[in-house]
Design a protein around this ligand. Structure first.
Ligand SMILES: Cc1cc2nc3c(=O)[nH]c(=O)nc-3n(C[C@H](O)[C@H](O)[C@H](O)COP(=O)(O)O)c2cc1C
Length: 292
């Protein structure tokens, strides 16, 4: 699969507690062609070779369209290989997490522990890549020693990964603070595989900045939680109309109930609400007919 072919250049990254199927499907509906599952800790999710129910929930995506990306985290090649074999029939893209900065994760030598250890990544990835035909992406953070980041990117390139997904914040930056996408240019000049840029994108202008700095795709995390419309190419008029319709019907239902309870059924307000509710009903039936 060529990730460069993703038309809408904006994808949804993995966010534990957030990228559940309902949110992913909303983002897909609004234009995100590739969305990632919550992160699956392989060590905790494989018990006697079987996948736990929680991990199954993370992998499952009842999608109409859109690519299902599944994210895994571990430092053990054998365990990872087993997990890849189990999940590969259910996903389109696999992502390995080398960017999680959380203390207990790093103490277990997982996630961002690898940011400054590209050679260890090389050993791990070279074993995983051989065991599957699915595209594999490595997600990592920039290191305070930028040479490590370049080395990391070059390793992924040599191994022929489908892409690298770079969060342009260091471990110390955690998940916040302004970011400067100019550093992608330096990485882009040294590798061939696609770059997915991530970190601090708030609006369409930021997306353009990242794409103009050498990213092939971008991923939007925190900003997409309160503005999933960031995935749509145009302002989605039908989405706004549906939302407006929903709020209006909700308001009318509440208001007529209030007037009813307060015994004001004979007033003009009540009659107006009933008529408007009737019109809204006709509109939704019409919409349903048009869609079917
Ligand atoms: C609540 C939360 C959970 C996250 N969980 C994950 C995760 O499980 N795996 C991962 O690779 N990144 C995770 N991230 C990081 C995001 O994918 C993203 O890299 C980061 O938030 C920076 O992008 P942003 O500035 O657009 O939010 C998480 C971020 C947040 C805020």
């Amino acid at each position: 699969m060529n990730l460069r072919k993703i038309e809408n250049k904006v994808i949804l990254p993995s966010m534990t507690g957030i990228t559940k199927p309902a949110f992913r499907n909303l983002c897909i509906k609004l234009g995100a062609e590739l969305t990632f599952s919550e992160c699956i800790d392989v060590e905790r999710s494989l018990i006697n070779g079987y996948l736990t129910g929680l991990a199954v929930q993370k992998i499952y995506l009842n999608k109409i369209n859109g690519l299902n990306g599944v994210q895994l985290i571990d430092n053990n090649a054998d365990r990872l290989k087993k997990m890849v074999k189990i999940v590969e029939p259910y996903c389109d893209v696999l992502e390995l997490n080398f960017g999680c900065p959380i203390g207990w994760v790093m103490r277990l030598k997982k996630g961002a522990y690898f940011s400054s250890r590209p050679n260890e990544v090389n050993k791990l990835l070279s074993k995983i890549i051989k065991c599957t035909n699915k595209p594999i992406i490595a997600k990592f953070r920039i290191d305070s020693d930028f040479n490590n980041t370049i080395k990391f990117a070059k390793i992924c390139d040599t191994l022929g990964l489908a892409a690298i997904h770079i969060h342009i914040r260091t471990i110390e930056d955690w998940f916040c603070g302004e970011t400067d996408p100019k550093i992608f240019r330096e990485i882009k000049d040294k590798i061939e595989i696609p770059i997915i840029g991530n970190g601090g994108i708030k609006n369409k202008k930021d997306i353009c900045k990242f794409l103009n700095s050498g990213c092939d795709l971008v991923s939007v995390g925190q900003s997409s939680i309160y503005n999933p419309l960031i995935f749509s190419k145009r302002i989605c008029i039908s989405f706004f109309c549906s939302l407006l319709h929903y709020y209006l019907v909700d308001f009318l239902e509440n208001h007529t109930l209030l007037l009813d309870i307060n015994k004001q059924k004979d007033g003009l307000q009540y009659k107006l609400c009933v008529r408007l509710k009737y019109v809204m009903g006709i509109l939704s039936r019409l919409k349903r007919k048009l869609i079917s």
